[in-house]
Design a binder for this molecule. Sequence first.
Ligand SMILES: *Cc1c(COP(=O)(O)O)cnc(C)c1O
Length: 243
Amino acid sequence: MNNILNNLNVIHNRMIKACKKANRAKEEVRLLLATKTVEPNCINFALEQGETLIGENKVQELKQKCHSVKEKNPEVHFIGHLQSNKIKEVLKWVTCIESIDRLSVAEKLQNKLAQENKQIDIFIQVNTSFEKSKFGVAPNETIELIKNIAKFKNIHIKGLMTIGLLSSKSNEIRKCFQLLKKIQKEVIALNIPNVEMSELSMGMSKDLEIAIEEGATIIRVGTAIFGDRIYPDSYYWNESDKS
Ligand SMILES: *Cc1c(COP(=O)(O)O)cnc(C)c1O
């Protein structure tokens, strides 16, 4: 637990430094704890230190952990690949789905929301790195997707999400985040009803500084806080289902 406390301090200091460099107020950037594979007691410890936002990738984990952390009342986002048959379960726990990347799943989400008389916030996940293995709508198809999803009355588009290129070349990573920012500006200029574009969820353990410099409003950090995971990221990110 000492490690987690220490790591949280390191992350907040990195955020402060990056905000300063980018001439932004620290309050403009929220820290989301990416809690996949993390034990509930570790998540609860982080929440006790004042963290307020967590993100899960898998519905099974979401369900188990939300039970264990609900006393702390964190805001919960879904950040993983959403399968249509899991929508009902996800809606029980989260206020925002950051990973909507196709019309078919948004349609099913809208149907379920209407049935249950619920509303939800979403971000559109964009594949800014153009890697085939990554989820996310292609950058040049993003606006069309947003226009279509904007028609769904129970879904509110609040911003964009991306996973930057996994690379040691910071200029290549930066290009991904700049592309997301560019799409955000284009969408704002279109003034689409029922679309707000205030949030940019980008930046993780290794590239959060670049993301903050390029305009992130939410950074999603896992390993730099909770330590290495036993599963490779491909377990969470690769395409096993395009329902
Ligand atoms: C795991 C994960 C993160 C956090 O990645 P780290 O490198 O552990 O900081 C961020 N976003 C998504 C979508 C993730 O699945």
